[in-house]
Design a protein around this ligand. Structure first.
Ligand SMILES: Cc1ncc(COP(=O)(O)O)c(C=O)c1O
Length: 493
């Protein structure tokens, strides 16, 4: 008991520790000093040496734990503290380590050129207008909502109400986060097809959603022949079995990143039938909706029943070659959009005002400038310009039906025996090694798509790499010239 009276106030320290959000590290350290001084006070001379030692050890252990707890409190939440390096940082690291400089970046999906002049001019003019530099209404600037209604109503076959059926978001990504925040409760399940756009995962997990993965498969002979991206398929039995009473949402992406598949009407109908039957909200990510090279069906337009459960996602970044503008939107029935808009208001209040105005003008003037047709023709021409190198090298690829990514199968590329890879690349699927190898040997960056699969399914795409062709023609030619260097590593059989 005596020991307790002369010991530092453990209770006070404990209280201090639990208050660490308010208490600074220096405050705790000063507690420690004061407390140790107290231990040497005269009362303590009444204690025998053993007791005192034990007391001091006990105290040291306690302060050590307290300090550990303190630093634990500075640790990030699990939702942002990824345990392993993500693909983007590995690619950047590989690029920095490459002897071939500068790297040709065919990895990330940003454009290597500007939006068209009529849209850039609209942005510059918007900056001169007082109201365009202030908060926009939370659901978006009226002119953009009207322009979206005018642009999308013909696809829906009826007038979309700009006030209740459309909401503007900070890029498609924040729009999808808002949708998950609006509908997902802890433990609700969300079906996601692999390969997935990586942001879905954290966006679903943030409100506590559980992801149920359904893999997409390339055809078995994808390593030996060039085929259509449309031949990548999902197994509908697996999809049906993935549905449980807790399935709240399903995320679909068409045209698809990274596969380049445009889901056929029949495939969409099968997915929709399951969702209607089980009352599952469909989040249809259609950000590449202006880049399709085969007939494209929008999920919401299948039938009134499907429309009732579908939220369609759009992106001005993808539509107008302006991924940095961060303007997106969601279209859906009022009873769904209302809550998505409420979540968006909590997350970021409203989105970038002058660039919304520019996007409104972009939609208003797109047809007069023949912009949508030009988009498709330009991207198709880039696609065939770039893919010519794979034909030349005899490496098969999935001919995209939409979007600006191409998946190339590099099973025939032989990485020399004993080639050096850093530990975190060595332990990943073969596509990570291929990506590292291309950067080191040729100075060309591409993305390993197993990053967009779960570990269990990573082997499905271990021989593939994803290349983004939304780059200047000169960059594509440079990349092709470098890729010809692969010839000596290709197995001839
Ligand atoms: C499939 C898919 N969805 C959404 C997005 C995000 O779009 P935004 O830039 O408008 O947020 C991307 C961007 O790469 C994408 O590929």
């Amino acid at each position: 008991m005596q020991a307790m009276t002369c010991s530092p106030s453990l209770a006070r320290l404990a209280a201090a520790t639990t208050r660490t959000s308010k208490t600074s590290l220096s405050l705790l350290l000063s507690y420690q000093t004061t407390a140790l001084t107290r231990l040497s006070l005269s009362h303590c001379s009444q204690l025998n040496k053993n007791k005192q030692d034990r007391q001091q050890q006990q105290y040291r252990n306690f302060t050590h734990t307290a300090l550990l707890n303190m630093s634990a409190k500075l640790q990030p939440a699990a939702r942002v503290a990824g345990r392993r390096q993500d693909v983007w940082s590995i690619i950047n690291e590989a690029a920095a380590a490459s002897p071939v400089q500068p790297i040709v970046n065919m990895g990330q999906g940003f454009f290597g050129y500007n939006p068209p002049k009529f849209i850039l001019d609209a942005a510059k003019q918007a900056l001169d207008r007082v109201e365009c530099n202030q908060y926009s209404p939370t659901r978006g600037r009226p002119r953009l909502k009207q322009a979206l209604s005018d642009a999308y109503s013909p696809f829906w076959g009826r007038k979309l109400d700009p006030e209740t059926e459309i909401t503007v978001t900070t890029g498609a990504n924040e729009g999808m986060l808002s949708a998950f925040m609006a509908f997902i409760e802890e433990g609700d399940e969300v079906i996601v097809f692999e390969p997935f756009f990586d942001q879905y995962i954290s966006n679903i997990e943030m409100p506590g959603g559980k992801i149920v993965y359904v893999p997409m498969h390339p055809p078995k002979d994808g390593a030996v022949r060039t085929l259509s991206a449309g031949e990548w398929t999902i197994d509908f039995d697996v999809l049906e079995k993935a549905i449980t009473p807790r399935t709240k949402m399903l995320v679909l992406n068409t045209p698809h990143n990274p596969v380049g598949k445009v889901f056929s009407k029949e495939e969409l109908q099968k997915i929709a039938d399951l969702c209607v039957k089980n009352q599952i909200i469909i989040l249809s990510d259609e950000v590449y909706d202006r880049l399709f090279y085969v007939p494209f069906t929008r999920m919401a337009t299948l039938s009134p029943e499907v429309e009732k459960i579908t939220i369609t996602v759009g992106s001005a970044g993808k539509n107008f070659y302006a991924t940095g503008w961060r303007v997106g939107w969601l279209i859906g029935p009022p009873n769904l959009i209302q809550y998505v808009a409420a979540a968006h208001t909590r997350i970021c209040y409203s989105s970038v005002s002058p660039l919304q105005e520019a996007c409104a003008i972009g939609f208003e003037q797109a047809d007069a400038n023949n912009f949508w047709d030009v988009c498709v023709k330009d991207m198709q021409s880039k696609m065939s310009r770039f893919n010519a190198v794979w034909d030349e090298l005899g490496l098969p690829y999935s001919e995209p039906e939409g979007g600006y990514f191409v998946m190339v199968n590099l099973a025939k590329v032989q990485i020399p025996e004993g080639y050096y890879f850093p530990e975190h690349v060595r332990e990943r699927a073969r596509d990570f090694k291929l990506a590292w190898f291309l950067i080191q040997e040729l100075g060309v960056a591409a993305i390993p798509p197993s990053e967009f699969y779960t570990d269990e399914n990573a082997q499905i795409v271990e021989d593939y790499l994803r290349f983004a062709v939304c780059k200047e023609d000169a960059v594509l030619e440079d990349a092709k010239e470098r890729l010809r260097g692969l010839k000596k590593f290709i197995r001839q059989d």
